[in-house]
Write a protein that binds this ligand. Structure first.
Ligand SMILES: [Zn+2]
Length: 172
């Protein structure tokens, strides 16, 4: 399976709203598998379609630790999430394959429910997603809305990383 080219901060495709997927086709499933391969190769735990240059509502996630656990990949078409009623906000360091070498704290709801269509075209709902999985769902969903984690970092962190971001955007 071919590895895909990951788009970097500054590329327009990362800032666009992505379109819903009306039918899960074998081509889309093959694309999702290539995205997983690309994500594993880059050492990431999530990848959204805009990051490989396609503005469609598809994300892939696997938050298992590569050398310690069996892989547990999720392919999510048209994902939506909501905060669970007993959720508390959590601050945690985030990075992004499209924004290399920058890691900053982002505050997000700690417990969510996610709804999506899986690779067989079946609707799925997972309650009480927590930890890295909950964070990843929200981070990847943001990509589908054209948002990036650096939009949510503190102004101090933004100031610290401004030069790196500007350089990245210039190369894109
Ligand atoms: Zn990202």
């Amino acid at each position: 399976m071919p590895l895909l080219d990951v788009k970097i901060y500054g590329e327009e495709v990362l800032r666009k709203h992505s379109e819903p997927i009306t039918k899960v086709t074998s081509e889309l499933v093959a694309l999702a598998k290539d995205m997983l391969e690309t994500m594993y190769e880059a050492g990431g735990c999530g990848l959204a379609a805009p990051q490989i240059g396609k503005n469609i509502r598809l994300v892939v996630i696997d938050t298992t630790r590569p050398d310690e656990e069996e892989p547990n990949p999720y392919i999510m078409f048209n994902p939506e999430w909501e905060v669970e009623s007993d959720s508390e906000d959590v601050e945690y360091e985030e990075g992004c394959l499209s924004i290399p070498e920058i890691w900053c704290n982002v505050k997000r709801p700690g417990k969510v429910v996610v709804r999506y269509t899986d690779e067989y075209g079946d609707p799925k709902e997972i309650h009480d997603c927590i930890g890295l999985f909950a964070r990843c769902i929200q981070h990847e969903y943001d990509h589908l809305e054209g948002k990036l984690f650096v939009d949510f970092i503190s102004s101090a962190d933004h100031a610290l990383n401004q030069l790196k971001l500007r350089k990245m955007a210039k190369k894109a």
